[in-house]
Design a protein around this ligand. Structure first.
Ligand code: DGL
Length: 269
């Protein structure tokens, strides 16, 4: 294990994981965060699991070998579905690896008011069947309906939210007939908290929305505590890396982390 004042590595295909990073920063302000947005390859959601595993391995190597991170947070459902078991098994006993799916499953199944749930996510996450399998196994009484919503991550990445275009696309997806009777909706993509208000408006606030940001931050806190890895004093600023510079990413880092953020462009091989 690395020293407790080492940074935490967090990655996503782009800006979505910033929703998780911001929740971690809020809960654990003494931790230094190293964020990697794989903007050269966004969206992950229409790529094969094999290709996503290659990207995830490359980013994890960078975070561990060059940045000496003490823990890795896969702040992306698609990468969690495709690469979590590989990374967990590889770094077992050395570095904790946290995915965004398991804490969300726990939050949904613990909520007794939720009898029927919708799941929206990228094509790769839905076709991996990971949410469906875990819900069936952990709470057989829960009814679930999964819908791939492939346009959403790209739309958000391009800065299209809270406008006519995002409202029209969301209405098209959310009018999926099985969603008309759900009690809860799992936002199974870390980009989607950015459109949470619009989704809430569509359902008139009558459907409980689950997103991974806070539950993943709480899970990370628990694991770091258990492994004696909680930092007591921040040892450096947060750093944000991208594999391709995009204006929307820069804009979003400022929304979440203020203007002190400096984006660094890096090509991983
Ligand atoms: N934010 C991601 C997720 O949670 C990926 C979206 C994408 O790149 O397609 O699935």
């Amino acid at each position: 294990m690395l020293p407790a004042n080492s940074p935490i590595g967090i990655f996503d295909s782009g800006i979505g994981g910033l929703t998780v990073a911001a929740a971690i920063h809020k809960l654990l302000p003494e931790e230094q965060l190293i964020y990697f947005g794989d903007t050269a390859h966004v969206p992950y959601g229409d790529k094969s699991e094999e290709l996503i595993r290659t990207y995830a391995e490359r980013i994890t190597n960078f975070l561990l070998n060059e940045k000496k991170c003490k823990a890795i947070v896969i702040a992306c459902n698609t990468a969690s579905a495709a690469a979590y078991s590989l990374l967990r098994d590889r770094y077992k006993g050395a570095v904790p690896v946290i995915n965004v799916i398991d804490p969300m499953i726990e939050a949904v199944i613990a909520d007794d008011e939720i009898k029927s749930v919708g799941i929206i996510a990228t094509k790769t996450t839905i076709s991996s069947g990971v949410y469906q399998e875990k819900f069936s196994r952990r709470k057989p009484s829960l009814i679930y309906h999964a819908l791939p919503t492939p346009l959403l991550a790209g739309m958000i990445e391009e800065g299209f939210y809270n406008n006519n275009i995002s409202t029209a696309i969301l209405e098209q997806y959310l009018s999926y007939p099985p969603f008309q009777d759900i009690d809860g909706l799992v936002l199974a993509c870390t980009h989607y908290p950015l459109i949470k208000n619009e989704i809430n408006t569509y359902f008139n606030g009558k459907v409980k929305l689950f997103d991974s940001a806070q539950v993943v931050a709480a899970r990370l806190q628990w694991i770091l505590q258990k492994e004696n890895l909680l930092s007591e004093k921040r040892c450096g600023n947060n750093h944000f890396y991208v594999s391709d510079f995009t204006e929307s990413f820069e804009h979003s880092t400022h929304i979440f982390f203020g203007h002190q953020v400096q984006l660094q462009h890096i090509t991983l091989s």
